[in-house]
Write a protein that binds this ligand. Structure first.
Ligand SMILES: *[C@@H]1O[C@H](CO)[C@@H](O)[C@H](O)[C@H]1NC(C)=O
Length: 253
């Protein structure tokens, strides 16, 4: 009893819930992050030109480049938390003059009302609220995010998706609603910003064997790390189950 009290007091003293939530997350170290090559290489005359071209072609997905100052070969890359190891093998280096440079994405403005906090992992960041209570279903989760001037999290880049995996790392039992569903057309998954899940994203967001998409009930993507599913990633689950949910601030929501 006394111990519980002191623990409670200590947690109180440690401050706002948002800080608390981050304390429970293991900070990502450089070893937790992997790079992966996004596409074919090209020749650039300088490192800056290489980075600019990478950002031009891959926008937020460009998070790293491997540049060879002797040959000018530029390889575009992204970074991901290790749970995405299915796609996150290192950008291959071919010569001794190859060097990896990170292209850091800017940290977004974060209104921390309602316990939103910046999650900053492997060079990408977002302003996130990870619920501690359950929503009664996907639609309720969506409404709750909306009431806090946010939306269910959109993991539409490798880096953002891996940020989600990082945030839900400790959630191994019931799963967390992410902003991805196929209510309208079975198998046509849409992110909360209206984009559809691309073929490329299909290859890395799902746990092995998912989505089953075999009935009209399992229309909502939920993230687990471990638990009942046979691997790390999303599962398509029942939209009416009580689960946690994850919201992100965005410009127009
Ligand atoms: C959330 O719902 C699950 C059942 O889906 C339940 O077991 C769990 O205790 C609930 N968590 C909270 C915080 O209410």
């Amino acid at each position: 009893m006394a111990l519980t009290f002191w623990l409670f007091l200590a947690l109180k003293v440690l401050g706002a819930n948002s800080k608390l939530r981050q304390l429970f997350l293991k900070p990502a170290s450089a070893q937790d992050c992997r790079t992966l090559q996004l596409g074919d290489s090209w020749i650039s005359h300088s490192l800056i030109a290489c980075q600019l071209e990478c950002m031009n072609r891959y926008s937020e997905n460009c998070q790293a480049v491997v540049y060879n100052s002797e040959t000018g070969i530029c390889r575009p890359g992204s970074t991901a938390f290790w749970h995405l190891q299915r796609v996150a093998t290192s950008i291959p280096k071919t010569g001794s003059s190859d060097t990896l440079y990170y292209v850091r994405q800017p940290i977004p403005p974060c209104n921390t009302e309602n316990n939103f906090a910046v999650y900053d992992v492997c060079g990408t960041s977002a302003c996130i609220y990870l619920s501690t209570s359950n929503a009664s279903g996907y639609i309720d989760g969506r409404a709750r995010c909306s009431q806090m001037s946010s939306r269910l999290f959109v993991g539409n880049t490798i880096a953002k998706f891996s940020l989600f995996m990082y945030a839900v790392e400790t959630d191994i039992r019931f799963g967390t609603y992410i902003g991805l569903q196929d209510f309208d057309v079975e198998g046509n998954f849409l992110w909360e910003n209206g984009e559809s899940l691309s073929l490329e994203q299909h290859q890395y967001v799902w746990s092995p064997g998912e989505p089953k998409s075999n009935n009209e009930i399992e229309n909502c993507a939920i993230g687990y790390l471990g638990g009942s599913v046979n691997g790390f990633g999303l599962d398509d689950g029942n939209c009416n189950n009580r689960r946690r949910y994850i919201c992100e601030r965005c410009e127009q929501c």
